[in-house]
Design a protein around this ligand. Sequence first.
Ligand code: PLP
Length: 393
Amino acid sequence: MELASRVLSLTPSTTLAITAKAKELKEQGEDVIGLGAGEPDFNTPQHILDAAVKSMNEGQTKYTPSAGLPALKKAIIKKFETDQGLTYKPNEVIVGNGAKHVLYTLFQVLLNEGDEVIIPTPYWVSYPEQVKLAGGVPVYIDGLEENHFKITPEQLKKAITNRTKAVIINSPSNPTGVLYTEEELLEIGKVCLAENILIVSDEIYEKLVYGGVKHVSIAEISPELKEQTIIINGVSKSHSMTGWRIGYAAGNAELIKAMTNLASHSTSNPTTTAQYAAIAAYNGPQEPVEEMRKAFEERLEIIYDQLVAIPGFTCVKPQGAFYLYPNVKKAAEMAGYSNVDDFASALLVEAKVAVIPGSGFGTPDNIRLSYATSLDLLEKAVSRMQQFVESKV
Ligand code: PLP
């Protein structure tokens, strides 16, 4: 079968590959601890499940408008107002089948062949592939570890060409968990305004921030920056609703209209039941969101210190999301591995801990660990890694 050239260059997701290998080992009876997960380990809160069931029982099982139910848009608009002081009109919001698909749709309507999108490294694995699928060219800026993986306005300025269409800002970040401050965003925003670059602000981890810091959206800094930004968000991580597939974008009405047209020919609409669930997620009690956030923070506080005690591990302390992204180059060398990919494979096969090698995120000296699992298992996993490294040096 001759496949389209556009998919031949697709890089398969490293995250999914490791998860599959860990699953295979588990099925063979191996006691593997998986730290690869990109989703909260909590159930979707009960009131959300109840709302979904109620909507089905009431016969709400038909198509909806392509950009989402008006009631869901209203709930999202209210959330923007309450949380970020941002005002959007319904025609400036589109609901899609998860933030991932909303981003996919965005790049499809935004990019012409050869248009460039600036992606800071380390990056979420799907950004470059989605840009390439839309005919675009990913242009990487190194988010340097000494700058806590954040890009500077100078780096951004240097990367801009006459083909640059957009820059992606993901704060808090997957895989690093770092958060941009308002001042940093303001400086980045100035460059984007001066050069007329669209800011794609992926805020999917907005609700998961720690240490008393507040998440700031670049769009809330000034009306000009709001105009220059499309916000991407969703309920997957905040409300533990990964499988429901509800995400959304808010921004320029013309862009949203184009995305809606494309959605009308690709998905028709996000699943109706899931939209009713998302209405309950935003209009219902928010305590479960805070409880989950607190649980993640508690785990982070305990596990971070244990992790950096492993010989050869250093780690920028995250302020958000649920990942740790230690640099383990030294540990790999000390243990006799020439690269971190091999070290990560050995961790899986010998120490029985599944982590994601940083090569998939564009920084090959790191590994990503998710702490979306019980504290018991986390402590066991870190202690296995420690023993593994110490046994090799
Ligand atoms: N953006 C980032 C940075 C993510 O890590 C993820 C999920 O892993 C998504 C977007 C997509 O989330 P969803 O499609 O579940 O809404």
